[in-house]
Write a protein that binds this ligand. Structure first.
Ligand code: ZN
Length: 269
């Protein structure tokens, strides 16, 4: 069965867990989605028991530092493995043009020429656009513009081997313009910045984020079977699973997952 390896669960400024990013695993390998903010992606992959040798498809949702910052470390790692004969084939990176240009500039600035020359040879960028479908790890993945008012960002939807549909909304609240991609999805990966009960303290709406209760109402309205909540604050990590799950249950009768870093979720139907 396909698995979702949760590599990080925090929002941009967390220090007690890693920034939200994950890997979808099937028998074709790993689809890495975002890379968190830095070198911690190397530790998270190691602690998850995953190898970059199995990452041939990498999707970056947007250019904020808690998603793109780790990407230069993914390049550094994969390029080192390529040069050492430890990485078969190519690395395909899917992102929109601005993210691609930014990452190319960062790589040019920070990485040695022997690494940078692999871009275009074995590290291959694919510019994505709204509604575009591509084949990643043997499955069709459709990217969509999440309608961010802050910075252009993409989510995606895909059908798993079980026939279940999985949709990632990135790190911002649902925009009704995306309804056709999200409605009726079996698995919804959704941000929840904090509890509704703590909204006065964390001010999610000022930061264009939402609460566990908001996400639960959305999942109920759109007929979602399994709801995964992450991209949270890190002041309640020990109780987060219990607190966020309880709040989500107030509005939603489906399965609620509030993973910790390195949790593995089996993606059934
Ligand atoms: Zn973020």
């Amino acid at each position: 069965m396909e698995k979702l390896h949760v590599l990080g669960t925090g929002n941009a400024m967390v220090t007690r867990c890693y920034n939200t990013c994950f890997a979808l695993q099937n028998d074709q390998g790993l689809l890495l989605v975002d890379a968190g903010g830095g070198n911690g992606i190397l530790r998270q992959m190691e602690d998850a028991g995953l190898s970059f040798a199995d990452v041939h498809d990498f999707f970056i949702t947007h250019a904020h530092p808690d998603h793109l910052g780790g990407a230069v470390w993914v390049l550094r790692k994969v390029m080192t493995m390529m040069r050492a004969g430890q990485f078969d084939g190519d690395l395909h990176i899917y992102c929109h043009k601005t993210v691609r240009k930014g990452l190319e500039a960062i790589a040019d600035l920070m990485l040695q020429k022997k690494f940078v020359k692999l871009i275009g040879e074995r590290v291959l960028f694919h510019d994505i656009e709204d509604g575009m479908t591509a084949r990643l790890c043997g499955r069709d993945v459709t990217f969509f513009d999440i309608g961010s008012t802050k910075l252009l960002q993409f989510g995606f939807t895909t059908t798993l081997e079980s026939g279940a549909r999985l949709t990632c909304l990135g790190d911002e609240p649902y925009n009704p313009d995306c309804r056709r991609y999200v409605e009726g999805t079996d698995w919804l990966l959704c941000e929840a910045f904090c509890l509704n009960a703590h909204a006065d303290r964390f001010k999610p709406y000022e930061k264009h984020h939402s609460t566990a209760l908001d996400a639960a109402r959305l999942a109920a309205e759109l007929g979602v079977a399994h709801l995964v909540l992450w991209h949270t604050e890190d002041k309640h990590l020990a109780q987060r699973k219990a607190l966020y799950t309880a709040e989500a249950r107030e509005a939603y009768g489906g399965d609620v997952y509030v993973p910790d870093d390195l949790d593995v979720i089996e993606l059934g139907a």
